[in-house]
Design a protein around this ligand. Sequence first.
Ligand code: HEC
Ligand code: HEC
Length: 310
Amino acid sequence: MTQRRSFPAARLSVFALGALAGVLCLVGPQAAPAAAPEAGNAARGAYLFAAGDCAGCHTDTKAKGAPLAGGPPMVTDFGVFFAPNITPDKTNGIGAWSAADFHRAMREGKGKKGELLYPVFPYPAFAKMTDADIADLWAYLKTVPASPQPSKPQQAKAPYGIRPLLLGWRALYFHPGPLAPVAGQSPEWNRGRYLAEAVAHCGECHSPRNNLGAIEEKSAYAGNPAGPDDQKAPNITSDPKGLGKMDMADLEELLKTGAKPDGDYVADAMALVVDGLAKLTPADRHAIAVYIKSLPARPSTPKKGPVKAG
Ligand code: HEC
Ligand code: HEC
């Protein structure tokens, strides 16, 4: 597999970049990140790691790369991106990072030097995780074998190589968490929402993007015609053309095994997602299904423009 998924699936026009530059001026200094909790639980972190499909991007399985030592190329309209080495190697991985550095990367989408990370790293979703879950992930990442493999440089097309331009995008579209539970909904629904929105980032692939590359909230989960690997990520709302005809048992089976009701199996990007979801408890997969089945019906996103999501 050569590509994974969506760097915001729209081309930024020169006009849009101008707008972003304008917004840049409006953004004040950022608050210092809260100190990360000290100790996490590595076993719980491994669980979240599976649910978050971190290896799907950070391990180059096809090239038999070492776990988390750097992912395959993700080809997008904005250039070619590589998920970096996130093993505990001190020089080429994140072994020299502190817990607070990691916390900031997940919660704020910033690298060790404070540089703004590309949203091809789905930090807009991970930023909704709880402090405790981020600490658990960190505890787990420290247990994987260190690999000295250098990360590949990002090959962003001009002008996207200018990371500070992302500040404008963030000011408009980035809503850091953690995700607060919705009152009046069951704990099961809230657990499913948390797993789907913050950890498994379902909407990052299954939602269309606007011209600035941000998720169209009003059409969230209605499908992305320009999904990863040139695959359409289908509508998973309860629309008749979405999951309207799939019952709970079918959906839970799909999330566990990848089997669709018609006997076919989900492929590529979704197959990797399922590899991780298969490791979750039945209760957590059920919670995800409960939340997904509660999504209001939205018409499928029409295919528009030659947009390549990566
Ligand atoms: C869709 C692909 C994708 C997924 C899934 C993903 N990442 Fe990444 N990640 C990236 C890319 C690409 C970058 C580099 C972003 C950049 O250079 O601006 C990155 C950067 C990072 C960084 C910053 C590393 C550095 O050297 O600056 C950390 C830490 C990280 N990811 C951890 C994780 C964890 C933990 C998970 C799972 C919970 C995860 N990632 C899931 C693609 C992904
Ligand atoms: C990395 C991108 C990505 C992520 C993340 C992702 N999906 Fe998918 N999903 C896809 C793609 C692409 C397909 C189409 C696969 C195919 O046709 O074989 C798909 C297919 C599906 C299907 C089958 C729909 C149908 O009508 O056949 C369901 C259901 C689904 N995803 C639910 C989810 C849920 C729930 C999550 C989060 C827990 C999720 N997906 C996360 C990319 C993704």
